[in-house]
Ligand binder design. Structure first.
Ligand code: ATP
Length: 431
């Protein structure tokens, strides 16, 4: 494929949203006076080449002092400097847009990395962009567009594509850059999986061989549980995490990171239900995806995952609850009173019930109704009201609140006055 001309690179940049272009032009202007050449690198170059809408993460490589440039950029744009790692020569600025999520702009000094041993964190040294691209993982992620500013306008300088990333995108190829890429950093195996699932890329033969060698040698096992978990969480943020799992099975990755899990038709069906849910359906998200993918695991398998990875509290709770949720599903039919559904489902998080919603179509009407109308129902009276009505603080008051909630949910009381009368009557009727 012939190299991309400056005009064509300009046209690529013209596809970026206007506020992003203005921000990049500002960074380019500042870089020209304070640092050195500035490059758009990584995922955004790839996405813009594929015609995908750019995400909120912008990676900039600067040949010079990146933290200083980030500070100047934040001051010029009103952005917020949210992280600086002087030792790595990196800094991140969060820049609010007029609509939608803020941009996260990473400024990194262009550099080379050396791995002293497999899976260790690399040693870093400043280097020109051409060398910086050499340390990257896949050809499609090792392209760079030089950013320049003419007045307020963003202009492209050179486009660098030393490993044929554009041609690989055009032919759907996933290509590692070096023969030891996965040994140096086995997270690349999981990164490649995510990228391949997202863009429907096939590993080229050398990459395929390296993947199989890495799996056979157990390189993933050299990574800390935190690093693997971070990659798994990124998989859950993909548009279709089920597609990542499907590919992970095909590559033979799943047994090494999530033993007991495997892609199957039932999993595919519940994933499709979530992915194609109407806008007013219960909302998904990474935690719901995790629950849906792991839905069929038994108690021991869930416990093994919780023991292996430092999961956030809500994820451990969800895993712990999955077997009980599954057991509950057959009881959730449309004949149940609201108060019964509330008693059955209240111990579970909204995410857990959303998992149940998409996992169990027969219970979906009940779970949707519960999430929409039952769970958010507000109490007509609170503990203070009950004390005013003569109840002493203690378990009896708690039981009365519960009973009142049930009566409210079942439509027996629907106003404060009715609720007070209902309580008075119960107090007057011993037993
Ligand atoms: P995504 O769209 O998933 O964010 P991305 O390619 O932008 O994808 P980042 O994690 O933001 O991914 O990384 C930015 C760039 O840094 C990558 O495109 C790649 O060039 C490089 N990179 C990130 N992680 C690694 C790694 N482990 N090894 C080599 N290069 C990496």
């Amino acid at each position: 494929m012939p190299p991309l001309s400056r005009d064509s690179a300009d046209q690529l940049l013209a596809r970026l949203p206007v506020e992003l272009r203005a921000a990049l032009a500002c960074a380019a202007r500042l870089a020209a006076v304070r640092a050195g050449r500035l490059w758009l690198v990584g995922g955004m170059v790839r996405d813009v080449l594929c015609g995908m809408p750019p995400g909120r993460d912008v990676d900039l490589a600067v040949e010079g002092d990146a933290p200083a440039l980030a500070r100047a950029f934040a001051a010029a744009t009103g952005g917020r400097l949210i992280a600086t790692h002087a030792a790595f020569g990196t800094a991140t600025v969060e820049l609010a847009l007029s609509a939608g999520p803020a941009l996260l702009i990473d400024f990194a000094g262009s550099r080379v990395e050396r791995y002293s041993q497999p899976a260790a964190l690399p040693e870093v040294q400043p280097a020109p962009i051409e060398d910086d691209l050499l340390r990257r993982d896949f050809s499609v992620s090792a392209m760079a567009i030089e950013l320049r500013a003419e007045g307020d306008q963003l202009r492209a300088g050179r486009m660098l594509d030393p490993f044929g990333g554009r041609a690989d995108l055009a032919t759907s190829r996933l290509r590692l850059l070096h023969a030891t890429s996965l040994r140096d950093d086995p997270t690349r195996l999981l990164r490649g999986l995510r990228l391949a699932a997202r863009l429907d890329l096939q590993p080229d033969p050398a990459t395929e061989a390296q993947i199989q060698e890495a799996l056979a040698a157990g390189y993933l096992g050299l990574l800390s549980a935190e690093r693997v978990l971070a990659e798994l969480c990124l998989c859950l943020e993909e548009p279709r995490p089920d597609a990542v799992l499907r590919l992970a099975d095909a590559w033979g990755v799943t047994p090494q990171v999530l033993p007991g899990l495997s892609w199957n038709e039932a999993l595919a069906a519940r994933s499709t239900r979530l992915a194609t849910a109407p806008d007013d359906g219960p909302r998904g998200g990474p935690l719901v995806w995790a629950g849906l993918l792991l839905y069929e695991l038994d108690e021991a398998q869930c416990a093994a995952i919780a023991a292996r990875y430092p999961l956030p509290a809500e994820a451990s709770e969800l895993l712990r609850h999955l077997p009980a949720l599954r057991a509950l599903a057959p009881r959730l039919d449309g004949t149940l009173a609201n108060s019964t559904v509330d008693r059955l489902l209240r111990p579970f998080s909204v995410a857990a019930i959303t998992v149940l919603h998409y996992a169990e179509p027969a219970a979906a009407a009940v779970t949707a109704h519960y999430l929409r109308a039952v769970r958010p129902a507000r109490a007509l009276l609170d503990g203070n009201d009950l004390q005013r009505l003569g109840l002493a603080p203690g378990p009896a008051l708690g039981r009365m609140l519960e009973a009142l909630r049930a009566a409210t949910l079942d439509g027996d009381v629907s106003s404060r006055e009715q609720a007070e009368a209902w309580v008075r009557q119960r107090l007057a009727t011993p037993g």
